[in-house]
Design a protein around this ligand. Structure first.
Ligand code: BTN
Length: 257
């Protein structure tokens, strides 16, 4: 039985120097039966992975780069909610650390001032009835200098004008993710998405969404309870999009960091 007072996320934290990707490390542990809650943290990645096949780059020692192994006992159909839960955890933790409001761009880019400060990548392995494991990867631009940021990105350092303690950011992030994850599991994958919706970026904006290699145009109307993007493609008709990339908005989104 799980002790409700001790954390799940961060039960075991493995700090590494330079790795290819913390996702690879966590997925390899998952394959050999590592229990849920283990976190892989790295100072530097040589092959950091972003969503949609992009890469994630950050100079060594400037960011929080971590992957969390989870084994959620919720129906696989609720997996689409987990990236939103993680996005909220990142947004809440950055707000707590730096005092600035964060927005969330579906599914889980974290913005400050309409620039990307953090990204979340979730990979999973599931059967028809159960999720074997999920890996939640999170990259936060903490002390990245302006010159080292890609277009459209920001760091906590640039946003606030001072450096931040990466260990403190990590600890806050893991605590928030733990709380969000517990609620996600306890609600059988149907947590209140109010904290996500309150931070939703691009609401009411005209956007293009790349779904596979097909582009859909419409107005962002929010997210459904299962994590789907609601895109109004015709007046009063919202399409539900489960996986895709918003490619037009206040900023062009073609960068990972
Ligand atoms: C995205 O916005 O495209 C998602 C970026 C996720 C980056 C993090 S950094 C730690 C973890 N390891 C990786 O290789 N990727 C994730």
């Amino acid at each position: 039985m799980t002790d409700s007072s001790s954390p799940i996320v961060g039960r075991r934290i493995i700090h590494l120097g330079t790795v290819g990707s913390t996702m690879d490390e966590a997925e390899a542990l998952a394959a050999v039966g590592e229990p849920e809650g283990t976190v892989i943290v790295a100072d530097e990645q040589t092959a950091g992975r972003g969503r949609a096949g992009r890469s994630w780059r950050a100079p060594a020692g400037t960011g929080v780069l971590c992957s969390v192994l989870l084994r959620p006992s919720v129906p696989p159909a609720r997996l689409g909610v987990l990236p939103l839960v993680a996005g909220v955890a990142v947004a809440e933790s950055l707000e707590a650390v730096c005092g600035l409001p964060c927005q969330l761009k579906w599914p889980n880019d974290v913005w400050i001032d309409e620039r990307k400060v953090a990204g979340v990548l979730v990979t999973a392995r599931s059967g028809s009835h159960t999720i074997e494991h999920a890996v939640v990867g999170m990259g936060v631009n903490v002390n990245v200098r302006w010159d080292d940021l890609v277009e459209g990105a920001i760091s906590l350092r640039v946003a606030t004008g001072r450096d931040h303690d990466r260990d403190c950011v990590l600890a806050t992030l893991l605590a928030r993710l733990d709380a969000g994850y517990r609620t996600f599991v306890a609600s059988h994958g149907t947590p209140d998405l109010g904290p996500w919706r309150r931070r939703a970026a691009l609401l009411g904006d005209d956007v293009d969404v790349l779904v596979g290699d097909v582009s859909r145009s419409g107005i962002v109307r929010g997210v459904d309870d299962d994590g789907a993007l609601l895109l109004e493609t015709e007046p009063n008709r919202a399409e539900r999009i489960y996986a895709g990339e918003i490619t037009r908005g206040p900023m062009r989104v073609g960068t990972s960091a």
